[in-house]
Write a protein that binds this ligand. Structure first.
Ligand code: ZN
Ligand code: ZN
Length: 413
């Protein structure tokens, strides 16, 4: 089932269920839960999935769950939603405003969760009708904001045997009905680096008897970003920027330690993997001439999300089928981080942006991670159309590429 048939079936499904899913989203919005504490949310998702005959499986150590739809030996496509909220105060005046002080769904994860749940209900119908040429795995992932939830899913085997993985994220800068697509990097890596120098201190009259630590630290602060700009491909969008430098306590005393702390942002996956070793090597070479010792503490955040070209094309085909070609929009790369990137370290896939700004609204565009954030709820239906069509498109393509007869296989499944 593709093209017009699929669009008609999705429209009929949404006409029957859209109201219910808007209510589901509002319920999550009123009861937001922080990373790794999404117990009620997980329970509500599981109940609804069991209601359509599915068998959701909780993640072994935490909140969140994984649920397979369809069986048989065909391909497996995973769809991921993040389910956690943020430690922010909900500043909106709406009936579904957060009932939990200091916690709010200000990143739209309530929408992602609802879209995936509704997609699961639709695909379960398809599976019962023998129209699913493989298996769809729903990943309801905890703790995107921490981050860490994606790694939990990967470690629990959540993407073992998965051929492709897809996700969407609300985008308040796109109009409802639009889907933002981009091949290559779509979000950035953000890590933290701390450099600690130590060596003999002493009187500023006799720097030659010390490692002149403040001078050496100054060299690290200026030379390290400069050297990186020559050692990393300029197309990698790599930047090290210091946010804190600290050493010494008196104008005439050379201290015996000091620290510089900053962030590394990067758009390229290879450069991100190479960064810790390269930074350690460069720090060593800068301080070698001063007799200081250097310690580098490199803390990983998330990798850049790098959308794979074939997966983006599948999203585009699905979007065109389910919503029409005018729904496809270009989207710029964001310097924000997104832990969906951890899945793409293992499996090809892509993240799409879901427009949530009402075309009828004259209000200024809202932003994510603000207490005022809200969405045009018609975006939920758009998301369901996109995710359902993407899962089917990817399954059909993977099945064809594997040389099977998806129609017959689906009928036998
Ligand atoms: Zn967020
Ligand atoms: Zn988010």
């Amino acid at each position: 089932m593709q093209g017009r048939d699929l669009r008609e079936q999705l429209n009929a499904f949404l006409a029957r269920h859209e109201r219910e899913f808007v209510e589901f989203r509002r319920d999550l919005h009123m009861h937001p839960e922080l990373a790794f504490a999404e117990h009620r949310t997980t329970q509500r998702i599981a109940e609804r999935l069991r209601g359509v005959g599915l068998a959701p499986e909780p993640l072994p150590h935490t909140t969140g769950l994984v649920c397979d739809i369809g069986a048989g030996g065909g391909p497996t496509v995973a769809l991921r939603a993040d389910i956690d909220a943020l430690p922010l105060t909900d500043e909106k005046d709406v009936p579904y405003r957060s009932a939990v002080p200091g916690v709010a769904h200000s990143c739209g994860h309530d929408v992602h969760t609802t879209v995936l749940l509704a997609t699961g209900v639709f695909l379960a119908q398809q599976a019962r009708a023998g129209a699913l040429p493989g298996r769809v795995r729903l990943l309801f992932q905890p703790a995107e904001e921490l981050p860490g939830g994606a790694r939990e899913v990967v470690e629990a085997g959540g993407i073992d045997g998965v051929d492709r993985v897809f996700a969407l994220h609300c985008d308040p800068r796109l109009l409802t009905g639009q889907v933002g697509l981009r091949t290559g990097p779509i979000t950035a890596a953000c890590d933290q680096v701390l450099v600690r120098l130590s060596g003999p201190g002493g009187h500023t009259a006799r720097p030659h008897l010390t490692s002149d630590l403040v001078y050496a630290l100054g060299k690290v602060v200026t030379e390290l970003p400069a050297a990186l700009s020559r050692r990393v491909d300029p197309r990698a969008g790599f930047s090290l920027v210091w946010g804190r430098v600290s050493a010494g306590s008196a104008p005439n005393a050379i201290p015996d330690d000091g620290v510089a702390e900053g962030t590394v942002r990067c758009l390229d996956d290879d450069a991100w993997h190479a960064a810790p070793d390269l930074i350690r090597e460069l720090v060593e070479s800068v301080v070698a001439g001063y007799g200081a010792r250097a310690e580098v503490d490199y803390r990983r955040g998330v990798p850049p999300t790098v959308n794979e070209a074939t997966s983006v094309r599948m999203l585009q085909d699905a979007c065109t089928q389910a919503l029409g070609p005018e729904a496809v929009a270009d989207t710029p790369q964001s310097l924000g981080g997104e832990d969906f990137a951890w899945y793409l370290e293992h499996v090809p896939g892509a993240l799409a942006r879901l427009g949530t700004h009402s075309p009828q609204s004259s209000a200024p565009m809202l932003d994510l991670h603000r207490g005022t954030f809200d969405v045009d709820e018609r975006a939920i239906g758009v998301g369901v159309q996109l995710m359902s069509a993407t899962a089917l498109t990817a399954l059909w393509e993977c099945a064809r590429a594997a040389g099977g007869d998806p129609v017959q296989d689906a009928a036998l499944a």
